[in-house]
Design a protein around this ligand. Structure first.
Ligand SMILES: Nc1ncnc2c1ncn2[C@@H]1O[C@H](COP(=O)(O)OP(=O)(O)OP(=O)(O)O)[C@@H](O)[C@H]1O
Ligand SMILES: [Mg+2]
Length: 246
């Protein structure tokens, strides 16, 4: 379980997260939506301490990590996480095989001889075959995204953080990624946090949806309840997403 309380993060004068609190329970698929620049990526980067919050508490399975500088403790907590970077963050000089296998050494105790099998398995899950020996520069944007996804699920972590998993993908691949995220939850009991500006996707796949706006979650609820929100920012976001009730 991930327990976030009073989370705050500023960049210089810019206060991005003011007071974010939420408990993300085992097996949940929790989505954070909001317009560009509201701090969605900042939020999930704080969850695995790629960023250090200025205020508040983050407990992962009871361990407080918000302010710790104990790298050993952080490394141990991070072992439970898969992370899909918004930018993909593939290593250009490594092959697809090496990229997907990258975390296995740190995140698992599996023998190296198992890596090719695992990599192929995960690539198949995201609909890629025969690209193991290629370099990221030889792939399309959508293919790179899928390679990044395969990497984030390679070690079958307990928690997966997806930052904009479907941005830049065509409708068919978007459907595939959507199924993958829901399958990871259904089949492996993974707890997921999905950051997206795609409200339709969030409402379809999530157990709960939160809207981040002006540094706080202005609404948190199950999709059906979320749709009924009277919050003006949520209503406006529904309208621009063409999901308005009217
Ligand atoms: N490392 C940083 N240093 C300074 N400012 C930053 C840094 N990271 C993010 N910001 C600023 O914080 C704000 C929130 O950024 P963030 O990337 O979290 O937004 P977002 O909701 O993920 O946006 P998008 O939907 O475009 O991905 C932005 O104004 C951004 O410029
Ligand atoms: Mg972002």
């Amino acid at each position: 379980m991930i327990e976030v309380k009073g989370l705050g993060k500023a960049f210089g004068e810019h206060c991005i997260l003011k007071d974010v609190s939420v408990d993300i329970k085992e097996g949940e698929l929790f989505s954070v939506i909001g317009p560009s620049g509201t701090g969605k990526s900042t939020f999930i980067k704080c969850l695995i301490r790629l960023l250090r919050p200025d205020a508040g508490s983050i407990k992962v399975d009871g361990q407080e990590i918000a302010a710790t500088s104990n790298e050993f403790q952080l490394a141990k907590v991070r072992r439970n996480f898969g992370y899909l970077f918004q930018e993909g963050a593939l290593f250009d000089s490594l092959t697809v095989m090496e990229n997907v296998a990258f975390g296995l050494k740190y995140l698992t105790d599996l023998p190296k001889s198992d890596y090719p099998r695992i990599v192929k398995e995960k690539l198949a899950l995201v609909g890629l075959e025969g690209v193991e020996d290629q370099k990221p520069s030889e792939l399309s944007v959508g293919m790179k995204k899928r390679v990044s996804l395969a990497r984030s699920i390679a070690a079958e972590p307990k928690y997966i953080l997806y930052d904009e998993p479907t941005t830049g993908l065509d409708p068919v691949t978007t459907g595939m990624v959507k199924d993958l995220i829901t399958d990871m939850r259904a089949k492996l009991g993974v707890t997921s946090v999905v950051v997206t500006h795609d409200l339709k996707l969030a409402l379809e796949i999530s157990s709960r949806v939160a809207m981040l706006y002006e540094g706080v979650f202005v609404e948190v609820g199950e999709p059906a309840k979320f749709r009924q929100s009277e919050n003006p920012a949520v209503k406006e976001f529904m309208e621009i997403s063409d999901l308005s009730r009217k």
